[in-house]
Ligand binder design. Structure first.
Ligand code: UDP
Ligand code: MG
Length: 225
């Protein structure tokens, strides 16, 4: 096993059906590399905790954190990043296979070039409804104005140690905006997202609006002047 130690952190809520194919696709994509995968099961009401624990039992590279209470995607990511101290690069990835695991080595290799400290998988494709793509785009435009983040940045990214430290030092409502406020050099690469095969987004429209307002408000208060 050569190269940087990679820690992939995956927040899980109602994704029992995709965890196994996710682990298999990730293992194939990262074959020959030094990697770990940590599922953070966010008090999911389905079978996710059992499936994640079974995958962890069957493979020493896989770990599962089972949260007793639902804390939401971003606090689950925070917990997972904190639980993986021994790595050189950390990757945040959704559990529902909308974020293709095959893009992880591309992000990691770009990070290894050394001129940036985080690489976002820039959102592309018709991965959600047209309305959600428009409102998501508006949110990201404001985030870009506030922090200088790439306008296609979302919660699929690879980060180096200084960015992870900055994220862990904050209790930010959004991992993405915490990276933006950290003020380190970052970039994005286009990555086409997949449509959800089954089920709905865990985010209701109301929850998205509240999350957007809270996280942009947080960035406004914390941005560097
Ligand atoms: N998620 C979580 N806790 C929650 C809601 C969502 O950990 O309370 C996870 C979910 O399992 C997924 C990610 O956050 O890995 C993004 O959620 P989802 O794919 O439903 O949202 P989308 O971005 O596709 O609308
Ligand atoms: Mg999704």
């Amino acid at each position: 096993m050569t190269g940087p130690r990679l820690a992939v952190v995956v927040p899980v809520y109602r994704n029992a059906g995709t965890l196994e194919p996710l682990a298999a696709r990730l293992a194939a994509a990262l074959a020959g590399r030094n990697w770990r995968l940590r599922f953070v099961v966010d008090a999911s009401p389905d079978d996710s905790a059992r499936v994640a624990s079974e995958l962890a039992r069957g493979d020493a590279r896989i770990a599962a954190t089972i949260l007793p209470q639902n804390v939401g995607q971003h606090r689950a990511l925070h917990a997972g990043l904190a639980a993986e101290p021994a790595a050189d690069a950390w990757i945040c990835l959704d559990a529902d296979l909308q974020d293709p695991p095959e893009a992880v080595p591309v992000l990691v290799d770009r990070l290894a070039a050394g001129d940036v400290e985080a690489v976002f998988a820039g959102r592309r494709g018709a991965y959600t409804s047209p309305l959600r793509r428009v409102t998501g785009g508006l949110h990201r435009r404001v985030a870009t104005r506030l922090t200088g983040l790439p306008p296609d940045a979302g919660a699929f990214l690879a980060m180096g140690p200084r960015v992870r430290d900055a994220v862990l030092a904050e209790r930010a409502p959004s991992i993405v905006l915490a990276v933006g406020v950290a003020g380190r050099p970052v970039t994005s690469l286009p990555v086409v997202r997949e449509r959800r095969d089954s089920g709905d987004s865990a985010w209701t429209s109301r929850a998205r609006l509240v999350q957007s307002a809270r996280s942009l408000g947080w960035a406004l208060r914390h941005r560097r002047s």
